[in-house]
Structure formats: structure tokens, C-alpha cells
Unconditional design. Structure first.
Length: 115
């Protein structure tokens, strides 16, 4: 049987591999954008189209990261257990999720006091 701490370590290693792959993809997008910007043979309009396409692909990558339990969206931890908060559309560690829920509750109470 796998102990809780062993399982945490396995999840951390798995999340770290995914996170490093994510960061590598981000670097690739940045290099491609820099290369396009520095190429004097590409017209302004073509550069704009190419860069917008890359930005769109990068945004898709960011969405994928947001909806998979790779790291906490707020603090970035990969070691702690992560939970998906539907109201905030992403994965958060326990501390950050408690803070968000408290903040949401306080904001809701503030709105109710105005009515």
C-alpha cells in the first residue's frame, strides 16, 4: 500500500514534469515570436498574423494548465494537494482555496448589506 506521503511525492514529481514541459513550451513560443519580430523579410501584416496565431496557441496552453492539477493557480505550489474550485475555474491548494472562499463569503456579505 502507498502511504499518503509517498503518494504526495509521486504527484509532486508528476506535476513537476508537466510544469517543466509547460515552461518549455512557453519558452518555445517566446523564441518563435522573437524570431518573427527580428525577421525583416516578413511584412508587418504577416508578422501580426503569425504572432497572433502563436499568442492564441499560448493562450490555449495556459487554459490547459489552468484546468489540470499541475500547480496552484495563486501560489504555484505543486507539493500540496490541489482541489478544483468551480467558482474560480481552476486548481488551488488548501490554503489558497480557504482564502478565496473566505474572500468570496466576505464579498457576498458586503453586497447583502447594501441591499
Amino acid at each position: 500500500m502507498i502511504s499518503h506521503s509517498s503518494l504526495k511525492k509521486v504527484r509532486y514529481v508528476f506535476r513537476t514534469v508537466l510544469y517543466l514541459k509547460y515552461k518549455e513550451e512557453q519558452r518555445i513560443f517566446s523564441k518563435k515570436i522573437d524570431k518573427i519580430n527580428k525577421d525583416d523579410l516578413i511584412s508587418y501584416d504577416d508578422k501580426k498574423k503569425m504572432i497572433n496565431n502563436l499568442i492564441s496557441q499560448e493562450e490555449n496552453l495556459n487554459l490547459i494548465k489552468r484546468f489540470y492539477p499541475i500547480s496552484c493557480i495563486l501560489c504555484g505550489t505543486r507539493m500540496e494537494d490541489l482541489i478544483f474550485l468551480l467558482d474560480f475555474s481552476g486548481y488551488f491548494c488548501d490554503d489558497c482555496s480557504k482564502m478565496l472562499r473566505k474572500s468570496k463569503s466576505e464579498n457576498f456579505k458586503s453586497l447583502n448589506s447594501l441591499c
